[in-house]
Unconditional design. Structure first.
Ligand code: HAM
Length: 422
């Protein structure tokens, strides 16, 4: 019997890992410039945390969560997102005791039982960023500025930024009432799920994927018409700072996001290159969630990037190519093989990535091996070269060959690499 990966779960193969590492190290570098610190949170949490945090009526909680009961009967869930877990960790570990404003990031796998398709998996990876403790619009704009800067550093400048405000509980009430009465008038055109949502949580009709519900929502009332003075001032501040920071955006009053915890600013970064799964990142402010989860009264804002989607965009654009080793050693004969085996370890110690075939092959086969590995250079050392004390260094792309002294070959190669092989 041959085993296959579970549907919607995918291996990340060695040929792709370099792109993943590049994205993650760029993220870590940039986030630390902005004062973020890394936090690592468990994959399993009590299921109730997500029901409470994300909302019982959301698709994520009601349809997509991977839940299990452990041996003691506790209902657990594999995390579908990171925000609720980060807040749980923040409260449990009293992270509020130090700095009033804490900026955190995490990265890792999330799990949602969705129908797998291009850009959508059941296990996917997020880079998640949160600012906890600051209520003002500067944090919103700085966070959005950072994410757009991140994408342009990755060579992905053509992404679209949509922003909206969902108001606070005060202005959301009248909006919800207006929306409900609008939806009641169109009840017959809504799918059965949305007919139920009209009663339980009408805002969730905005994220329904059924076409006839989308049609109804096109003329739905806009949250922006219901914002109170404070929420209007906040949203105006976010927009003004974004303009000053030269971040292009468009306001989309129907951008609701699929999680219940948002208040005020929400945003999504979209691409036209990936088909239906066009959101590469999304986030927003969630000023009430911390209190809801039993913590202090701390406002917060954050976002998460879908790593698979970024990898796909980078691969589509061919921005990165997998690189082979710096050097392959091609010794011929036992004496040269033994010397090369020792040089190999010394070169690696000195930071030169190198490989060697251990099967005593002829020169042609060793060159084929170097080609397959996509090596930059090959050092050829046969009996003649040993006698002369000079090896042949061949450049695999230009085919140019030069002689190098074997007396201190490790030092020589290290210094050539430092001079970028010139
Ligand atoms: P989200 O919009 O549910 O937000 O997910 C953020 C990103 O994760 C999406 O824009 C998408 O790129 C990626 N993503 C989501 N589901 C999948 C999937 N099944 N397959 C591949 N990629 C996927 C959140 O999760 C919030 N926690 C973001 C946040 C942080 N809000 C505040 N802080």
């Amino acid at each position: 019997m041959q085993y296959k990966a579970v549907r919607g779960f995918k291996d990340i193969l060695p040929s792709q890992v370099e792109t993943w590492n590049m994205i993650e190290s760029e993220a870590k570098r940039l986030f630390s410039l902005f004062g973020y610190r890394e936090i690592r949170i468990p994959v399993l949490e009590k299921a109730e945390l997500f029901a409470r945090g994300i909302g019982q009526d959301t698709d994520i909680v009601s349809k997509e969560m991977y839940t299990l009961t452990d041996r003691r009967g506790t209902q657990l869930a594999m995390r579908p997102e990171a925000t609720a877990s980060i807040l749980r960790a923040y409260i449990e570990n009293k992270l509020y005791a130090g700095n009033p404003v804490l900026k955190l990031f995490t990265m890792g796998p999330m799990f949602r039982y969705e129908r797998p398709q291009k850009g959508r998996r059941r296990q996917f990876h997020q880079i998640d960023v949160e600012i906890i403790g600051d209520p003002g619009p500067r944090s919103d704009s700085e966070l959005i500025y950072m994410i757009m800067d991140f994408f342009s550093r990755l060579g992905l400048p053509d992404l679209v930024l949509l922003i909206n405000s969902l108001g606070c509980i005060e202005c959301r009430g009248p909006f919800r009432a207006e929306l409900r009465s609008y939806l009641r008038k169109h009840d017959a055109h809504l799918c059965p799920d949305c007919q139920l949502r009209v009663k339980t949580n009408p805002l969730r009709v905005f994220d329904c994927k059924v076409e006839r519900c989308n049609q109804v929502m096109k003329d739905a009332p806009s949250m922006l018409d219901f914002l109170c003075n404070d929420c209007t001032r906040h949203f105006d501040g976010v927009k003004a700072y974004l303009e000053q920071l030269n971040v292009g955006f468009s306001v989309n009053p129907h951008l609701m996001r699929g999680l219940d915890y948002y208040t005020r600013t929400t945003f999504e970064v979209q691409t036209e290159e990936l088909g239906a799964q066009n959101a590469v990142a999304g986030g927003g402010r969630y000023d009430l969630l911390m209190k809801d989860l039993g913590g202090p009264n701390s406002p917060a804002i954050g976002f998460a990037i879908g790593e698979e989607r970024i990898v796909e965009l980078i691969e589509q654009q061919g921005v990165l190519r997998e690189r082979g080793p710096d050097l392959v050693l091609a010794p011929l004969g036992e004496e040269a093989e033994t010397m090369a085996f020792l040089w190999l370890q010394e070169l690696r110690k000195a930071g030169v990535s190198c490989e060697m075939e251990y099967r005593s092959l002829g020169l042609k086969a060793q060159m084929r091996h170097a080609d397959r590995l996509d090596a930059r250079k090959v050092l050829i050392v046969g009996e003649d070269e040993l006698n002369k004390g000079r090896g042949i260094l061949r450049d695999m792309s230009t085919k140019e060959q030069i002689e190098v002294s074997l007396g201190d070959v490790v030092k020589e190669i290290v210094s050539m690499k430092e001079r970028k092989w010139t």
